[in-house]
Write a protein that binds this ligand. Sequence first.
Ligand SMILES: [Zn+2]
Length: 283
Amino acid sequence: MIHSTKMFLLTLLAFASSSQTLPAAEASGSPIRALLVIGGCCHDYLHQKNLLTDGVSARANVQWRIAYDTDETGKRLNPVYRDLNWAKGYDVIVHDECSAEVKNRAEVERVLRPHREGVPAVVLHCAMHSYRTNGWQQGITPWFELTGLQTTSHGPQEPIVVTYLARQHPIIKGLKDWTTIKEEHYNNSAGKLLPSAEALADGEQTYRTRDGKKTTHRYVVAWTNLYQGKTRVFGTTLGHQNATVSAPQHLDLVARGLLWAVDKLDDEYLLPADRVLLDNSSK
Ligand SMILES: [Zn+2]
């Protein structure tokens, strides 16, 4: 009797604690299995990996393995890529690495191969400035073919006014225009996306140059790309600061973009995941 009362109390306690953390409605279908490749130069990836995965899984039935590289030089290929079959078992890869100095063609090919074979991708912020193989300042590198955007630099950190363009596109349907905090505005160095890409949002940033002149730049900040005619890619250049990464507007955009990439942008998947990490994964 004592034993069963104790069990009952334990069950009650377990229920009470889980009901505090679990969302009101949970997704019922199989979660999307996502691999987050994150790390490299110039950003607080230690915290951003959690802000991003927690934020997306609060909005969409996505569970993660996080491949976080502590190296901060941007010169090292994320160790996750050592395995030739690194993408096996995942529905989508989220590239949030900042690896500008990884320029070896064979290494870049290793990163691209699964996407060439059809594995969807989400590319975030400094991923766009990664894998700068020969000719990146003028031409279209193999990596730009995946991301869908040639971009070579950014200006000072000032707010970006985000305006959604293709309002009927499922990713941005219902999303409202917004203004970021002081952020990095990535240029569109060719003045346009690649022909395989479609713009979803423009960003406008105004600042004063050193000689006091006001200057305004308007660049695409969110888009989709169809890589090699078949692989869905969603990209946004936003997200330097932790407060931008965790902004609801940014997380809504990324969560919807990710679901679109795996062709599951619907009510069934726009529900919180019952946990953030996949089995056997850790932060
Ligand atoms: Zn940045």
